[in-house]
Each structure stands twice: as structure tokens, then as C-alpha cells.
Design a protein around this ligand. Structure first.
Ligand code: ADP
Length: 217
């Protein structure tokens, strides 16, 4: 199995996909996920899919022009235009935000809000560092949801469990710092445009209540 390298603009366990799916369910907005659109290209092995397959495997960002074309195609669909839409996973950089702004101006479909899911670092560290593995078998445990019967021991063999280096709290904190540094310019962009809404999201349910309030307003 290939380890998935995460790009700095990749929020570890922020829960954006979950919240986007709920908004789609409850408000009928089309859910446009650039990750899903790219994975679909790979699944169908289109020329584009073949081109981006490796980048998706490693978690590297795909070229701006590629994602912009996908988003343009999606927001131009009459059904999507009519229902309104929610972008998930896009834009990820300030350059993408500027390109999106130009696209939406040309399409006369301006953005009404940008939601920033604000998940406390401690929550993310706790969530990710709860994962333990049994190296020989690859069996995965979770200290919160699926604890081993004996602490830090594999249920079948009794051998010690380990935490992957990626899941060490210090590593997670470094990834979070990188994420924050990478997204700061994006947040500045939407703050300046007066579109940014920070949603405190210590867990998915609390986050969604705040999102509902915002959407109602
Ligand atoms: P996750 O939720 O796991 O971060 P996504 O489903 O949003 O992942 O995206 C999966 C992959 O698709 C990313 O790791 C990246 O390779 C590519 N991708 C998605 N959105 C973008 C984007 N806005 N710009 C560049 N690459 C993207």
C-alpha cells in the first residue's frame, strides 16, 4: 500500500466532506467536490484521469487549470445553476480563489459565502493519534472507537501495537502548522471580500448546527 503524502493545503480530518454532504441533503445545493470529480476521471480512465492518477495517489495538488476547467463545467450545468451549489475542496490556494472569482463573475454566479470549519488543533491531534496498528498483520485499532482488548496489544497475537510516524502528535502538529500557513492567504482573500464565515467545529454535530444557523441567515 502506498502511503498518501498530504499537501500543506490538505486539512487533516477537518470534516469538510461530511458537512458538504449534509448541506446537500438538507438544502438541495449541488455538491461539487473537486476531489470526487478528479477521482471519477481516474475511475473512468479518461485521458485527464490517466494524467492526474499519480497526483491523486500521492495527495499532490493537481494543476490549477485542470481543477478550474472541472469547476467551470460543473457550475455551467443548467441543473446546478438552478439549484445553487456548494464547492468542496476548492479553492485550495489564493491563486485558485482569484481564478474562481473571475470565473464566477463571468458566469454571473457570485459566491455568497465561504465557510471555514475551525476545528481545534487538540481535537485533530486526538482524533489522528488515536489510531494504532499491528505491523505484522496491518490490523488497525482506534483508542476511542475500536480499542484493543488489552491496551496496546493485538487482539489475535498479543503482539505490541504501534502508532504510525504520521500519526505521532508532533508530526500531526507540524502538518497542522503547514496547513495553517498554506491557507492563511486564502482566508485573507475571503475575509477582505467579506465572505468569510468561521464555523467553530469541535465536532461534526456542533459544526453543523452553526452551519444551519448561517444558512438560515
Ligand atoms: P481530501 O478530502 O482527502 O483532502 P479531496 O477529495 O478534497 O481530498 O481531494 C483529493 C485529491 O484531489 C487531492 O489530494 C488533490 O490531489 C486533488 N485535488 C482536489 N481538489 C483540488 C484542488 N482544489 N486543487 C488541486 N488539487 C486538488
Amino acid at each position: 500500500m502506498q502511503a498518501r503524502r498530504r499537501s500543506p493545503a490538505d486539512a487533516p480530518q477537518g470534516g469538510k466532506g461530511t458537512q458538504a454532504a449534509k448541506i446537500h441533503r438538507d438544502h438541495g445545493l449541488a455538491h461539487i467536490s473537486t476531489g470526487d470529480l478528479l477521482r471519477e476521471e481516474v475511475r473512468r480512465q479518461t485521458p485527464l484521469g490517466q494524467k492526474v492518477e499519480q497526483q491523486l495517489k500521492t495527495g499532490a495538488l493537481v494543476a490549477d487549470s485542470v481543477v478550474l476547467d472541472l469547476v467551470r463545467g460543473a457550475v455551467r450545468e443548467p441543473k446546478v445553476r438552478a439549484s445553487g451549489w456548494l464547492l468542496d475542496g476548492y479553492p485550495r490556494t489564493r491563486a485558485q480563489a482569484e481564478q474562481l472569482h473571475a470565473l464566477l463573475a463571468a458566469e454571473a454566479q457570485p459566491l455568497s459565502a465561504c465557510l471555514y470549519l475551525d476545528v481545534p488543533a487538540e481535537v485533530i491531534v486526538a482524533r489522528l493519534s488515536a489510531r494504532l496498528v499491528h505491523p505484522a498483520s496491518g490490523r488497525v485499532y482506534n483508542l476511542e472507537y475500536k480499542p484493543p482488548r488489552v491496551p496496546w496489544r493485538d487482539d489475535d497475537t498479543g503482539e505490541p501495537l504501534v502508532r504510525r510516524p504520521d500519526d505521532e502528535p508532533a508530526t500531526i502538529r507540524r502538518r497542522l502548522d503547514a496547513f495553517q500557513a498554506a491557507t492563511a492567504p486564502l482566508l485573507d482573500f475571503y475575509r477582505a471580500a467579506r465572505l468569510l464565515h468561521a464555523v467553530p467545529s469541535p465536532n461534526s454535530d456542533v459544526g453543523y448546527v452553526a452551519i444551519q444557523k448561517l444558512l438560515a441567515a
